[in-house]
Design a protein around this ligand. Structure first.
Ligand SMILES: Cc1cc2nc3c(=O)[nH]c(=O)nc-3n(C[C@H](O)[C@H](O)[C@H](O)COP(=O)(O)OP(=O)(O)OC[C@H]3O[C@@H](n4cnc5c(N)ncnc54)[C@H](O)[C@@H]3O)c2cc1C
Length: 420
């Protein structure tokens, strides 16, 4: 009888653990509370724009090795689309100035030494002042590690760290910011090529995993919400899904808890987990991108932060967006559209096209030193139950890369598990 791994949660962390375990010959059962896989990384048909949109524009980088390996393992690596060189067009809406940050495609950050490729009006010295981030502790504040003002900060460090940490950078964990700098800017252009799931998050990162799991005989149970776990000695013995619905675990069975931190902490006694979260706002406009508009444009000095050009659609991202949660929707859509017009060179008098705003209130855990200290590792008091999720202690902020790393790590612990 094959050993069974029960995966709680079909977000990216749960799916990546499930795929790894199914590939290792385990019988896999995925239990997802909602009716759809993908968690915070999913697509759906939107009636307002009559388009399939993602809950959020997700950007991966070519150095996200675990995320890319996961895509490869489900046959969709080619669905992560990006340019050959790590080039990032930027605009400052306050001054109207445009520039191209050209990180190139080498393994070492040679771009730093080429004035025409780095951020305009910055010197090599400015970049060297970022080095304390590289060895900073997670308990340190970004604001205490590097200068959070000046041209380089305004034009590169602030947008990069805000996108990665989803908090105003000075209050973020310097250790988490350091991981980003090490794995991106310092790793050379080869690791920084922007990659987008052009056909949609579900098509590229979610549904193929579900299909592959099913083809391998895995059970995918939607609307199956874990309510509790009973323990016998130091092992999880029963998974409780409510009214007369429970699963008794065999002696060799394992559980990967890949649900949200709130759920994990309520089900597993004594577990500490992040308790504070930050919002991300995405807005989608049904509008054909003007010819020549790059797939991704960084924006500073405005309301929007990143403009994505998709077929038939312009979409934007605003991170650390708690201040916008209660703003009237149409007012927000109009303000965003104004920024899009100026960024994309569209006549500002153009009528507001069909739009949708997606406000994810609890998009990511707060990447502050305080909240980072609450992240648990994958091992629990239960010998056969392991944790996964972007909120576990991955060393990274809440990202797809962190989710996949956590899923891979939990799966590896299951594979190494021995009966007590
Ligand atoms: C708007 C937005 C934009 C983002 N942008 C980026 C980006 O550009 N780049 C990037 O790398 N990352 C980005 N992220 C972060 C990324 O989406 C997350 O890190 C990742 O999706 C988290 O996956 P997860 O599996 O760890 O958690 P989740 O996606 O939260 O998955 C948890 C799953 O568990 C299920 N669940 C909960 N309770 C139970 C229960 N009791 N029983 C069974 N199932 C349960 C949930 O329904 C959910 O499906 C963004 C996130 C958002 C919201």
């Amino acid at each position: 009888m094959p050993k069974t791994a029960h995966i709680i949660g079909a977000g990216i962390s749960g799916l990546s653990a499930a795929v790894r375990l199914a590939n290792a010959g385990w019988q896999v059962q995925v239990h997802e509370a909602t009716q759809q896989a993908g968690g915070r990384c999913r697509s759906y048909f939107d009636a307002a724009t009559q388009l399939t949109i993602d809950n959020g524009n997700h950007l991966l980088l070519s150095g996200n090795s675990h995320a890319i390996a996961y895509a490869r393992s489900i046959g969709t690596e080619a669905g992560l689309v990006g340019p050959d060189r790590a080039q990032f067009p930027f605009i400052d809406l306050a001054s109207g100035k445009r520039w191209l940050l050209d990180l190139g495609n080498s393994k070492i950050p040679t771009w730093l030494f080429d004035k025409s490729r780095r951020v305009p009006d910055t010197s090599v010295m400015d970049y060297l002042r970022l080095m304390p981030l590289v060895w900073a502790k997670p308990s340190q504040l970004v604001g205490n590690a590097i200068p959070c003002k000046g041209t380089l900060y305004d034009r590169l460090v602030q947008p990069l760290l805000l996108a990665a940490l989803n908090v105003d950078p000075p209050e973020g964990s310097a250790g988490l910011a350091g991981a980003i700098v090490r794995e991106t800017l310092l790793a050379g252009g080869q690791s920084c090529r922007p990659l987008i799931a052009r056909a949609g998050l579900s098509d590229v990162l979610v549904e193929p995993a579900v299909a592959m799991l099913r083809a391998k005989g895995a059970g995918i149970h939607f609307g199956h919400e874990l309510r509790g776990v009973t323990m016998a000695g130091d092992r999880a013995a029963t998974l409780d899904f409510g009214a007369d619905d429970s699963i008794a675990l065999g002696p060799d069975d394992a559980v990967v808890m890949a649900a949200t931190p709130r759920v994990a902490a309520s089900i597993l006694p004594g577990l500490t987990a992040p308790t504070k979260f930050r919002a991300i706002v995405n807005a989608h406009f049904r509008f054909d991108p003007p010819a020549g508009l790059p797939a991704l444009t960084g924006v500073v000095g405005g309301l929007i932060e990143w403009l994505f050009a998709f077929p038939q659609r312009l979409s934007i991202t605003i991170s650390g967006a708690d201040r916008l949660i209660d703003m009237p929707r149409e007012e927000l859509a109009r303000a965003i559209w104004r920024d899009i017009c100026r960024t994309a060179g569209i006549d500002v008098a153009t009528e507001l096209p069909p739009w949708q705003i997606v406000r994810e209130r609890r998009a990511t855990f707060e990447a502050t030193p305080e909240q980072n200290a609450l992240r648990p590792g994958p091992i629990t008091a239960f010998k056969n139950l392991f944790l996964a999720g972007d909120w576990t202690d991955t060393g990274l902020p809440a990202t797809i890369e962190g989710s996949v790393r956590s899923g891979d790590r939990a799966a590896d612990l299951v594979l190494a598990m021995r009966r007590a």
